[in-house]
Design a protein around this ligand. Structure first.
Ligand code: NAD
Length: 486
């Protein structure tokens, strides 16, 4: 595949089709003047939008929803070309932000309403409320694996909370022109939503323009750099970073359902998903039965080896790896594991020509292997036996990540107990990678912090202010001046 390069004479980004390595188009990187202008415009938009009622903001979002719906086929086609996803996984991209809009349409007014709070200190004259106020322009920095969802969903939260948004999409999947089309079709107030194209340096330069908040989705290394940079200006950041998610299957689990879930959880989006199941822990009593079924089903997956990606291949299940560096990382981890004694029970090789990797199942991993602790972000899963609840908990918690997890058992109490003992931002019992617009989403440990979606998704983009109201004719407080012994 051709390397993506930044032309230093006229800075631009080449956007490559992973299916065939061809350059689809080039995007000029934003100039200093364009970045200045975007922030100037966002600040002037904020002067108007901060006075809008919550309902007026939601009406804006409903117009965005219609624009997304009307442009869905084009959004999916653009995502398909720039990421090499399977066709069946494109719908998620186009419609996920709209679920969030529907949730806020029905709930944001209540979530953001002023709340009367009973004061703790006794008083005959005072009362108090808490209010949520918009904060100002929000910078959304997004990655390439779900380019549209991970740009639009944080933007929806920020706009519902009353803030203009500047999106900086990934340099690999900018979907150039798509956001502009949605902005135009939804007839948003000027500069409520803007997009700035560029790479890491552009992201960094945008931070220097001092947004009111940054929501960053990407790798741990970049997240740390963003946070350090934001600290210069004391800009609050929300970091949505990587994962190495565990799936724990007890011996009372519904094995057939767990097999199908493990397959989808580890191979969805060709494993390029932060909440991908990368580590499976299977109880020793069912290990053999589970593995027999899992390997059989994993071996039946339809990949780009059998089905070349073209318009009517809706049965394709494992698509392309989006970028060269990602493919190299997957190959490196698998080779490292192999060289240190891991067993490759299925796959283990690159699918050449179409920039992909075989569905891969690995056992016998040890702590000196990269694959044991590092995020793989590919169609690769490791499987390890366990014998007790405590051992499963220790194994689940042994990496630095803590994004999502799932536990499989017919004993709901045990499922909930395990969900408590696994350190993660999200956990599912008897399902995999299930999220909901009403629930906050985010990570713990090196998977980041902050939450978006749900009520927290609005509160996180608001300034929560406490207001105490006293009576105009209340007497002077006894603790004011003058000080006396009494
Ligand atoms: P990345 O960190 O390389 O880049 C993400 C975005 O940050 C890009 O737009 C990039 O241009 C920008 N960027 C990078 N360095 C920057 C800097 N110093 N200042 C400002 N902007 C900067 O990540 P990626 O390779 O695009 O995405 C893959 C990673 O994202 C994986 O680790 C994956 O787990 C993670 N991810 C997390 C979530 C989540 O919700 N937790 C979701 C999807 C992906």
């Amino acid at each position: 595949m051709k390397a993506r390069k930044l032309d230093v004479v006229t800075p631009h980004l080449d956007v490559i089709n992973p299916h065939n390595g061809e350059t689809i188009y080039s995007v000029p990187e934003a100039t200093t003047a364009e970045m200045d202008e975007a922030f100037k415009n966002a600040r002037s938009a904020f002067e108007k939008t901060k006075k809008m009622s919550v309902r007026e903001r939601l009406d804006m979002l409903l117009r965005i929803k219609s624009a997304i719906e009307n442009n869905a086929p084009e959004i999916m086609e653009r995502v398909y070309k720039e990421t090499g996803k399977t066709r069946m996984e494109l719908g998620m991209e186009a419609y996920t932000a709209n679920f969030l809009i529907d949730f806020y349409d029905q709930n944001a007014e209540q979530i953001l309403a002023d709340k009367e709070i009973a004061l703790f200190a006794e008083s005959n004259t005072k009362k108090a409320i808490t209010v949520y106020e918009p904060i100002g322009p929000v910078l959304v920095i997004s990655p390439w694996n779900f380019p549209f969802i991970l740009s639009m969903s944080p933007a929806v939260c920020a706009i519902a909370a009353g803030n203009p948004v500047i999106i900086k999409p990934s340099e690999y999947t900018p979907l150039c022109g798509m956001y502009e089309k949605i902005i135009e079709d939804s007839g948003l107030p000027e500069h409520m939503l803007q997009v700035i194209y560029g790479g890491k340096q552009t992201g960094s330069d945008l931070i220097d323009r001092k947004p009111a908040k940054i929501i960053f989705t990407g790798s741990v290394a970049s997240g740390k750099a963003v946070m350090k940079h934001a600290a210069d200006y004391l800009i609050p950041v929300e970091l949505e970073l990587g994962g190495k998610d565990p799936m724990i299957i007890f011996d009372d689990a519904n094995i057939d359902r767990a097999v199908e879930a493990a397959l989808w959880g580890s191979m969805l989006n060709t494993g390029q998903i932060c909440t991908s199941t990368e580590r499976m822990y299977v109880h020793e009593n069912i290990y053999d039965e589970f593995m027999e079924k899992f390997l059989k089903r994993a071996g039946e997956l339809t990949t780009v080896k059998e089905v070349k990606p073209d318009d009517d291949q809706y049965n394709l299940e494992v698509g392309c790896i989006n970028t060269d560096f990602q493919l190299e990382k997957i190959k490196d981890q698998v080779e490292d594991a192999k060289s240190k004694g891991a067993k490759i029970l299925l796959g283990g090789n690159e699918i050449t020509d179409v920039h992909s990797f075989e569905p891969t199942v690995i056992t016998d991993i040890t702590d000196d292997m990269k694959i044991t602790f590092e995020e793989t972000f590919g169609p690769v899963v490791t499987v390890t036996k366990f014998s007790s609840e405590q051992e499963a908990t220790d194994l689940a918690n042994k990496t630095d990540y803590g994004l999502d997890a799932c536990v499989w058992t017919s004993d709901e109490e045990r499922g909930i107990r395990m969900a408590h003992s696994i350190v993660s931002g999200n956990c599912t019992v008897n399902n995999v990678m299930t999220f909901d617009a009403a629930l906050p989403f985010g990570g713990s440990k090196q998977s980041g912090f902050g939450r978006y979606m749900g009520a927290e998704g609005l509160i996180g983009f608001s300034n929560k202010k406490s207001i105490i109201i006293d009576q105009n004719d209340a007497p002077a407080e006894p603790y004011w001046f003058p000080y006396t012994k009494e």
